[in-house]
Design a binder for this molecule. Sequence first.
Ligand code: CUA
Length: 264
Amino acid sequence: MKLDVIGLEKKIVTIAVLTSIVHLCLIAYAALKLNITVPGCVENPQNIEKAEIISHGEKRYELRMISKMWAFEPKVTRLPVGSKVDIFMVSKDVNHGFQIVGTNVNVMAVPGVVTQAQVEFRKPGSYRIVCNEYCGTGHHDMYGIIEVSEDVVEPEIRGGYEEIAMKALNIDEHPGKPIMDRQGCLACHSLDGSVTVGPSFKGLYGKIEELTDGTKVKVDEAYLKVAINDPQKQIVKGFNVQMPPLPLNDEEITHVINLIKVLK
Ligand code: CUA
């Protein structure tokens, strides 16, 4: 018997075309009838510079996320049960995957575009966000968490790539380091926690310090600015060596404070 190759090919092509049509119809049905938003890119996007969660009425939120080697920002998002969230995601470097395990969100964060997805969290739980696209040596460490719980009243976000950057921080590459070297800060303040002439910079930021007059202050940006510009004003108890005011401009002060911030 002779094989009818042409006839067989026609059949295969017909089946392929039919299944494609069925597939497109199903997508249209999902989008129009079931109201499932098909993930996609936003036209004319506004770039996202900062991770944030914005409330648009009861349990309706807009979550702006950033992905960067190798973390999602925010790392942790806490939401009330029943939240419906529009997620807008950008990448600051290379292509990253963005899958929220247990939901229908499985998209990509691509540099230069804003990716959008919508998801409703009907059940409480801890939803893991994973990067499904190989993005470098830290790829396997790139994840985030969305915690959905009855206990959450106001949504909350925290953590991100700064946390990761701190872990991998190379102090010598920080812009604050040459300024500290030039001003001789490190002659009196250690970077490793050891107490010398002045308080160590390590773990200083956020600490509550007692001053010579007995008042307690939190070491924050405002305190550090005063400490640099007018060191005699607020001296930490136990340290009585005179520190000269430093001739730094605002930008240099910011670098120095940022370096102190990351010395955990
Ligand atoms: Cu980001 Cu893999």
